[in-house]
Design a protein around this ligand. Sequence first.
Ligand SMILES: Nc1ncnc2c1ncn2[C@@H]1O[C@H](COP(=O)(O)OP(=O)(O)O)[C@@H](O)[C@H]1O
Ligand SMILES: [Mg+2]
Length: 273
Amino acid sequence: MCVTLSLHYGVGADWEQGEGCFALEPVLEVTDLVKRFERKGRADVVAVDGVSFCVDAGECVGLVGGSGSGKSTIAQMVTRLVEPTSGKVVLCGRDVTHVRGAELRAITKDVQMVFQNPVSSFDPRRTLGEGVAESLRNLGMDKPAARARACELLEQCGLSASMADRYPREVSGGQCQRAAIARALAPDALLVVCDEATSALDVTVQAQIVRLLERIQRERGLAMLFICHDLALVQGFCNRVLVMSEGRIVEEGAASEVLARPHHPYTRRLLKS
Ligand SMILES: Nc1ncnc2c1ncn2[C@@H]1O[C@H](COP(=O)(O)OP(=O)(O)O)[C@@H](O)[C@H]1O
Ligand SMILES: [Mg+2]
């Protein structure tokens, strides 16, 4: 029997040692993750209370829950913007929970975020093209090549290359979010985390951005964690959905299954709202 362990994702898993992510391990594995925020003179907030899940290669996982349920805190721990209180974050088999320095910088390339507010996620003094090209420049690409690649990515995200010369405030919210998606794709990340990436947009634009993310996720076989508060939005897009309430995952399953037959009362309430 031949077991092919050498199947490499080829998505730029550029760890210093040149190791990559192998097909048999999840891209992201989160185990017993806890975040306790300490507040002076007031009770601590346990924003995330023992959460475990994984995202496989090519899989889009929806993380859904009401406001304050701990979704963004999870996103920030996965991207190491916030230090976990306890638990483990493993990226392609490598424990990255407490890495620092160069290793931490490598993670910021390997895990890309798309935020709720696209305009404020860009530097207002730099053009969208410069914003998209930044990670490529940091990876050592020369300026003309990075610019050409940025234009290509903007076009793949449905924008004309001329948008590269616009400043974030000179484009619509939807256009700016397309540029933010192009920026997330630039460094060939292992995982893209979208935190309420469509929530600030009006409904028609929201649908367009979901379709764009869906197309890109499928075409590139990207591992994606798609966070939103709207359970209906993940239908048809995410393979699996995790439902969060008060820092815990209260239900999980195939998106169609959870939507059709929600078990937890919280999920039912979320569907009705
Ligand atoms: N830096 C912080 N300090 C104190 N509490 C925080 C901090 N960040 C988030 N929280 C609290 O943690 C909980 C979860 O927040 P968050 O992860 O932003 O939820 P969501 O993204 O699901 O709306 C909320 O009660 C929030 O007020
Ligand atoms: Mg949030």
